[in-house]
Write a protein that binds this ligand. Structure first.
Ligand code: ADP
Ligand code: ZN
Ligand code: ZN
Length: 762
């Protein structure tokens, strides 16, 4: 026995309970209580049974014995959180701010044990001669069902039970009867629920290309050798593969993983969007067969649990998935690969607001593994670390096999308007689309918006239609309906301005649906597929649209940012970016970076085949540096200029930033709490400023740019410092303050959330 007392994390998320509680391990449970096990314990005044996880076991009572209660039972149905997971959760709680139990639930995405699925079958026990004799006697006795079954069993030897009771129409009584005669037996085999459903039809054409034997080019070889060589030499630095679009980063990942498998290790491959699962899976499946699996939120509970079990048992070498796939329990993890490393989806939007990049590095360090990042437009964070020697940098500067980077043209939309062209397509883009239609080549049109997305405003008085529950404008949808994208509120469209009565109240019409209508009008023969949040509601709709386009079923793919992420369509020779500057006007210090990434990645979808490609960037702001550098496909130029602004304003990665969101249903109370936190931090700032101007920079509190969501008021405080540790200390002091307030029962109504190095605007 390890010890007599257990420290337990209670399964309730509340600041006041965010510590461990000690319990006695009763003799009868001594064998089963281990670190990470889920138990039930009496808790609180009524001694209601609650669930909790064992965090520590020891021999010393921290309190008087008579005050300690006993663990009631071990919860067999719940997944265990092994010691590793508890350590990781503790790190996340400290690093990103959340309660321990929330952190633990984040790292433990599979929560319940599931019953395993069984496949039953019927197996013939007789040798062929005996079987034929029995068959004859059944026929002579007119036992047709028995005869039918025997006949099939003689042919096949073994039959799946669903076939026997289904297609062959044989009752279980008949089966039992033959079983008691010793003619057959029924067997049950454990079977895994397999989420890897590669369909022959859709996979065909791409499988062939992916399966083609490839020799790495010198740059790819250097990257793969460098990464594996460092690994063998005991170095565990993160590597960044900066490779232009189409340069073959995936082949490097495959080579690294192959090397890891040879070394008895496994790998996680993170992708930024579930929509990319199928295409990535195909590529890995061709190379590694059923040693590859997937893990994501579209899997059923049973599928998730089975993958988890297979991973633990060492039956899988590679798991592909979004950021939560980080937590799969490989016995001997070797590498975590993060593709399209710059994507915002790698940052969690729920508490704890962790970033997959740093969390991957933490997990890798716990398992003696490495992290490999890849992107054509690395995040400023990653490239900064590569330049300052923290990451090892590999560059792939050439596209594969004769395919060249596309030629890019910038069109000034203000000029078009002056020339009387009010359509969504400049004359240049219009002409180029017609060329493609004539040549039977494909085009992609990219719009950085969703639905009709444009707000509805009065041209007479400027009144904007807003959501009554959220501080955001409503967007106009097909049929004129107005909807809020934050809370789902809907109302019919308006004919007259509710403020001044004018009838000139109109939507800013630049959504995908609107463009789709325009395409049909201007290019009547063209077949168009639209891909945006509205057309991809159902589980398989992404794949259906992408497969249809890959198979040449449409001339034009029109969509929002989800079409620019890593897709590989060799027949696309034109990419049109309809309004490049839309993403510049977001109130966020990353807007310039985001715009550069979107434009460069969108441009990168053109000319991946042998025909070469062209890109048209339409914009109202052709002189903006994000657009200029994107048109030149000049990442390094962009990096230098953007980094200069970040240094000047102390934004990440030049410094670290902590966003503190205070939310309350009562405006005055939220504000009061935010002010108190601000005062606390400024006091800290004063203390720290003593150390040679190394104080915290505290900004705010102020109302968030979206000041209200679903009737909850929002206030922001931003804290900046070069040292991440100073921000953690600031967070800890706010947490301590909140806990103290809660204990004194003195509390304004409100919640506080932390977001380190935020990637979204509040
Ligand atoms: P990236 O992920 O960098 O955009 P991919 O890995 O998708 O690029 O590669 C682009 C195309 O080039 C793919 O069709 C891939 O099969 C092909 N490719 C990559 N490396 C090689 C190679 N060494 N030899 C031949 N073809 C390659
Ligand atoms: Zn008006
Ligand atoms: Zn709303």
């Amino acid at each position: 026995m390890e010890g007599r007392f257990a420290d337990i994390i209670i399964d309730i998320s509340h600041e006041k309970l965010d510590k461990t509680f000690q319990y006695i391990i009763p003799e009868r449970l001594a064998e089963r209580v281990k670190i990470g096990v889920c138990v039930s314990i009496p808790f609180g005044n009524g001694n209601r049974l609650r669930k909790g996880y064992v965090a520590k076991i020891g021999n010393k009572a921290e309190y008087a014995l008579e005050k300690l209660k006993e663990i009631a039972d071990v919860e067999e149905k719940d997944m265990e959180a092994e010691a590793d997971y508890i350590a990781l959760a503790a790190w996340m709680k400290e690093q990103y701010g959340s309660t321990m139990i929330t952190a633990l639930k984040t790292v433990l995405p599979v929560k319940r044990k599931m019953k395993s699925q069984e496949k039953k079958s019927c197996k013939l026990l007789l040798d062929p001669e005996e079987a034929r004799d029995l068959l004859q006697s059944c026929i002579s006795r007119n036992q047709t069902a028995k005869a039918r079954l025997l006949q099939e069993l003689i042919r096949m030897g073994e039959l799946p039970m669903p076939l026997v009771t289904g297609k062959l129409h044989i009752s279980s009584r008949t089966v039992k009867s033959l079983e008691s005669q010793g003619a057959l037996c029924t067997v049950a085999k454990k079977s895994y629920r397999d989420p890897v459903k590669i369909s022959e039809k859709t996979a065909d054409s791409r499988m062939q290309e992916y399966g083609r034997e490839k020799r790495l080019d010198p740059a790819q070889q250097e990257a793969a050798d460098g990464i594996l060589g460092d690994f063998d030499n005991g170095k565990r630095d993160t590597s960044l593969i900066y490779g232009i679009t189409g340069s073959g980063k995936t082949e490097v990942y495959l080579a690294v993983i192959e090397g890891m498998i040879r070394r008895g290790r496994q790998a996680v491959v993170l992708i930024p969007e579930i929509a990319l699962t199928y295409q990535t899976l195909l590529r890995f499946y061709v190379r590694f067969g059923n040693r590859v699996s997937v893990m994501n939120s579209t899997l059923s509970q049973g599928e998730k649990y089975d993958q988890w079990e297979r991973v633990k048992r060492g039956e899988i070498d590679i798991v592909i998935g979004p950021r939560s796939a980080l937590f799969v329990p490989f016995p001997n993890l070797g590498a975590i690969i993060i593709d399209e490393e710059h994507e915002n989806t790698y940052k969690s939007e729920a508490m704890p607001k962790y970033h997959a990049r740093e969390t991957a590095e933490k997990i890798a360090s716990m398992h003696d593994a490495i992290v490999v990042l890849g992107s054509a437009t690395p995040s400023l964070e990653a490239y900064y670390r590569a330049k300052t020697g923290k990451y090892r940098l590999y560059e792939l500067t050439k596209r594969q096999e004769g395919s060249k980077l596309p030629s890019v043209y910038t069109v000034d939309l203000r000029e078009e308007l002056k020339q009387g062209n009010r359509s969504a397509f400049s004359r240049k883009l219009h002409g180029m689309i017609e060329e493609r239609l004539a040549k039977k080549e494909q085009s992609i049109l990219f719009l950085n918006r969703r639905g009709y997305a444009g707000f509805v405003s009065c041209r007479a008085c400027g009144h904007v239609m807003k959501c009554p529950h959220c501080d955001v404008s409503l967007s106009e949808h097909m049929g004129g309906k107005l909807a809020c994208h934050y809370c789902g509120y809907e109302r019919p469209g308006v004919k007259n301005c509710p403020e001044c009565g004018s009838k000139y109240i109109l939507g800013f019409r630049a959504g995908t649906q609107q463009i789709e209508e325009a395409v049909h009008k201007e290019f009547p023969g063209a077949k168009v597929l639209r891909m945006d949040a509205d057309s991809t509601r159902t589980k398989d709709s992404y794949e259906e649209i992408l497969n249809a386009f890959a198979n040449g079923e449409a001339d034009i793919l029109l969509g929002t940012q989800m079409i620019v992420k890593g897709h590989d369509f060799p027949n696309v020779t034109l990419v049109g970016i309809l309004a490049a500057d839309l993403s510049l006007h977001i109130n966020d210090y990353r807007a310039g970076e985001r715009t550069f990434q979107l434009l460069t990645q969108a441009a990168g979808r053109a000319g991946r085949g042998k025909q070469g490609g062209e890109v048209v960037i339409q914009t109202y702001d052709p002189g903006h540096y994000s657009i200029v550098y994107a048109a030149r496909q000049d990442y390094k130029g962009f990096y230098e200029e953007e980094m200069m602004y970040r240094e000047m304003l102390l934004y990440p990665p030049a410094a670290h930033m902590l966003a503190i969101l205070v939310a309350s249903p009562v405006q005055e109370e939220g504000k009061k709490l935010a002010v108190q936190i601000g005062v606390l931090l400024k006091r800290r700032e004063a203390v720290l400023t003593g150390e040679e101007g190394k104080g915290l920079h505290v900004i705010g509190p102020a109302a968030a740019s979206i000041g209200k969501i679903q009737d909850i008021y929002r206030f922001m405080i931003y804290v900046k410092h070069k040292d991440y540790g100073k921000l953690i200390a600031a967070k800890n002091s706010v947490e301590a303050y909140l806990e103290e307030r809660a204990e004194n029962g003195r509390a304004e109504k409100g919640t506080v959330q932390f977001d380190f190095d935020p990637v979204c605007a509040y």
